[in-house]
Design a protein around this ligand. Structure first.
Ligand SMILES: C[S@@+](CC[C@H](N)C(=O)[O-])C[C@H]1O[C@@H](n2cnc3c(N)ncnc32)[C@H](O)[C@@H]1O
Length: 211
């Protein structure tokens, strides 16, 4: 999804909003943040399993919104998602300290405490609910905690895949940002990520607390 190289994965990485994704379970130096983790392990288990079923149903109800060159078929995607959910839930039980209940735009992390910050399917995806000001603060926060790079995917609204009208305005405040095509294909129209070079930027000034 983020077109990451082994070099990216060798450093400290933050996945926020991680949800039930298996990235932290599969990546040595990764930390996962999501407000849902405050619910505890049993409720996360229930939610993640329910989400698999609801996700499949939503896809079946809206088949014209998806393309299958990446996953192959709904069955193959289902198997991949199931394996990822099991990996996540196993790791959540084994290493709960890697899963921190926290929400953008205020993360309990020291400035420049990870190399790379990743965010998938929150920013821009929900731009019909989260406004431009919130997005600006969330990106500043990701830049604050990242030493090297912030990557955000996708850059279109969920469902309709419409472009987000304030994306260009947000980018104009980010001198070192680039829109880059990714190899991942699923939601039609969702083919690009925002890459921000965080190395020369300080981001927002929230006080450090964790890490
Ligand atoms: C659609 S899921 C995406 C999960 C994962 N990144 C993926 O791509 O599969 C959105 C996630 O955002 C989390 N979330 C909601 N508000 C958030 C916030 N303010 N900061 C961080 N995560 C948030 C939700 O709990 C949920 O797990």
């Amino acid at each position: 999804m983020f077109d990451l190289s082994p070099a990216h994965l060798a450093g400290a990485t933050l996945d926020c909003c991680a949800g039930g994704a298996s990235f932290a379970a599969e990546t040595a130096g990764a930390l996962a943040m999501d407000p849902a983790y405050a619910m505890g392990i049993a409720e996360m288990d229930r939610l993640v399993r329910a989400g698999l079923h609801d996700g499949d149903q939503m896809i079946l109800d809206n088949q014209d919104r998806f393309e299958w060159s990446w996953y192959g078929s709904i069955e193959q995607r289902g198997a991949i998602r199931m394996a990822a959910a099991e990996a996540f839930l196993t790791d959540l039980r084994a290493r709960p300290r890697r899963y921190v209940a926290a929400a953008l735009p205020d993360l309990p992390l020291a400035a420049k405490s990870v190399d790379l910050a990743l965010c998938s399917h929150l920013l821009f995806t929900w731009a019909n609910r989260l406004d431009e000001h919130w997005h600006r603060r969330a990106i500043e926060e990701l830049v604050r905690v990242a030493r090297r790079e912030v990557r955000i995917f996708p850059l279109v609204l969920q469902g309709t895949a419409e472009p987000v009208e304030f994306l260009d305005r947000l980018r104009s405040a980010l001198p070192a940002s680039e829109i880059r095509e990714v190899p991942y294909r699923f939601q039609r129209g969702a083919r690009h990520m925002l890459v921000v070079d965080a190395s020369g930027l300080t981001g927002s000034g929230s006080p450090p607390a964790h890490g």
